[in-house]
Write a protein that binds this ligand. Structure first.
Ligand code: GAP
Length: 444
């Protein structure tokens, strides 16, 4: 983990957030390289969920969420972790971090009993911060999918089985954020809510588990580092009938990468049930019940039913950490470290390197090659005008760039370039007219 964290900082992948003011626990920023990696991972997920299927629609909803949504979803009451205080050193822990009744920090046994701590962040809405009007920062992207269920059904004429997918930020006031970007307070989720007829839910649950394992292995995660763990009944979230966690062998241990839950009709049901029975709270002057029936009409049986939901929910940051961990390779025999990333995830697809810095002919040709490759639309291509080929190779190995294209004086004479492969370090002379084909074939 230490080696990864240091590479991430050195090469512009991930930085501690608010760094120059001392940082803030559980918050990280993605630098130029990390941002591209994240975009590529999210695009890969979106492509597999929406473009390569015919039964999923996309959504991009707000982060600020009405308290009514999160009350009826059960989050206000149950989205908690058990919090324990050490009375001696005043540190705070999640109950499951306490071993032998001792404070992990000062070893005192003078601890409070665990009490529920709600993980949702609140913020004031409007100019007056007197508690009368507030919103939550969503703790999962899923609730806005449920709340938009009728809008999407009405505007697309979908009937189950079908899904709604969303990628976006979620926020949790974790008691003890830890292990780099594994457990943070602000992160992104890639969530699919897949709506099915009751009775077919278990079949679909298995289907989505298989799909998700295949997808992770396409992102370069070795299958033998992934394990399925069925969550024990007493550990299940309030909405779940059954959940399987896809566990990955992270540098700090085997932990959850993604959860695949059978949420039954809990969420659509609770946003529907609460249409008329919601009592007005002290801080609201008006009745804000859900006025919508989140159900589907079975046209044959002429009955309404509430679909069951299968939910694969993955964290982008945990995905990035797993992928970086898999790709991180040290080759002492070649005196280099490299990221053996799958090419679709590589932050930079190709680096074009003029042999001599600021040589106008070489640099102009490099920019021409760059713009031709950039126009192919596979991701970021960049010109490295620093003149130090060895340094450039090392840098691009470390950020996982699959190919470096060197423009030298021969290129000006015979219109050819050298292409170096990241993994084999082999160099090949390729005619300029063939570079685009070479590049496209590589990423096929
Ligand atoms: N909608 C279901 C849901 O949110 P979850 O298991 O609480 O379920 C889903 O979260 C995924 O989100 C997790 O598998 C994990 O990848 C990611 N995740 C959850 N909390 C996180 C945190 N504090 N930091 C980073 N990722 C987190």
């Amino acid at each position: 983990m230490e080696d990864l964290v240091s590479l991430c900082k050195r090469r512009g992948v991930i930085f501690p957030s608010n760094d120059i003011y001392g940082g803030m626990k559980g918050l990280y920023d993605f630098g130029p390289i990390g941002t591209e990696l994240k975009i590529n991972l999210k695009n890969s997920w979106w492509k597999s969920m929406i473009y390569e299927r015919d039964d999923v629609e996309g959504l991009d909803s707000t982060i600020l969420t009405s308290p009514f949504v999160l009350r009826h979803s059960g989050h206000e009451d149950t989205f908690t972790d058990p919090l324990v205080d050490c009375k001696k050193c005043k540190s705070r822990w999640r109950d499951d971090q306490i071993e032998n009744g001792e404070c992990p920090s000062c070893k005192s046994k003078d601890l409070t009993d665990p009490r529920p701590f709600n993980l949702m962040f609140k913020t004031a809405i409007g100019p007056i911060d007197d508690g009368s009007s507030f919103a939550y920062l969503r703790p999962e992207t899923a609730q806005q999918i449920f709340v938009n269920f009728k809008n999407i059904v009405d505007s697309t004429s979908r009937t189950p089985p079908f899904g709604i997918a969303q990628i976006g930020k979620a926020f949790r006031n974790e008691i003890t954020p830890r292990n780099f970007i594994f457990r943070v307070r602000e992160f992104e989720q890639m969530e699919l809510e897949f709506f099915v007829k009751p009775g077919t839910d278990e079949k679909w649950h298995q289907y989505w588990l298989d799909q998700r394992l295949k997808w992770w292995s396409k992102q370069g995660i070795a299958s033998d580092k992934l394990k399925l763990l069925e969550v024990e009944k007493e550990e299940l979230s309030h909405y779940s009938k059954a959940t399987f966690d896809i566990m990955y062998q992270f540098p700090h241990g085997l932990e959850e990468l993604e959860g695949v839950a059978n949420r039954t009709d809990f969420d659509l049901g609770s946003h529907t049930k609460n249409q008329n029975d919601f009592s007005i709270q002290a801080y609201v002057q008006e009745n804000k019940n859900s006025t919508t029936k989140l159900a589907i009409q079975d046209l044959e049986k002429k009955e309404w039913f509430i679909p069951f939901v299968i939910e694969p929910s993955a964290g982008v940051e945990r995905g990035v950490l797993a992928i970086l961990n898999e790709a991180y390779t040290e080759e002492p025999e070649n005196n280099r470290t490299l990221l053996k990333l799958r090419s679709h995830l590589s932050p930079i697809k190709a680096a074009i390197i003029p042999l001599k810095r600021n040589n106008a002919d070489l640099v102009n040709l490099a920019h021409k090659v760059k713009s031709n490759l950039q126009a192919l639309g596979l991701g970021r291509v960049m010109v490295e005008n620093s003149g130090n080929i060895g340094k450039n190779y090392r840098r691009h190995d470390e950020i996982g760039t699959p190919m470096c294209i060197t423009i030298d004086f021969e290129s000006l004479e015979n219109q050819s370039v050298t292409i170096r492969d990241r993994d084999t370090m082999k160099q090949e002379r390729v005619n300029l007219s063939e570079v685009e084909n070479f590049y496209m074939n590589y990423f096929k």
